[in-house]
Design a protein around this ligand. Sequence first.
Ligand code: FES
Ligand code: FES
Length: 158
Amino acid sequence: MGHRFFVNGDPVEVEVPGMRRLLDVLREDLGLTGTKEGCGEGECGACSVLLDGAVVDSCLVPVCQVSGTSVRTVEGLADGERLNDLQAAFLEAGGAQCGICTPGMLMAAEAYLAAGGGQDEDAIREAIAGNLCRCTGYTKIIDAIALAADRRLRADPH
Ligand code: FES
Ligand code: FES
């Protein structure tokens, strides 16, 4: 029997063994290669996606656990060719270098912003604590997230 769930708002069904990693289902079965594999062991966060809004390491999640849920990947951030505000801030602040960590970083940051996260550096560091970057030293990534947080809060103050 297939596993049915939603990816970036679209219903999908995949006929694969239940223990197949969500990461492989996304990349290989659904062709969504934006999600990256780093360690494959739950250590680096390169494979982070949102599962019903929560950040998970897709290399650790068997697809059987995803049935009925809503998955959001980096492909779900942009609107066609138009980057979303967070992606634009990464570009502006130079938060991406080699780019391997970037999709996962964006998803962790998106969850942080969706929860109403602000510009506080410590809070941002905590939000991306599970996402390793070997290029940027994190400063530009934190700047990018703070920039996006500021703009989102200005656009929709609570
Ligand atoms: S590839 Fe999943 S946490 Fe590193
Ligand atoms: S930009 Fe290269 S690992 Fe983060």
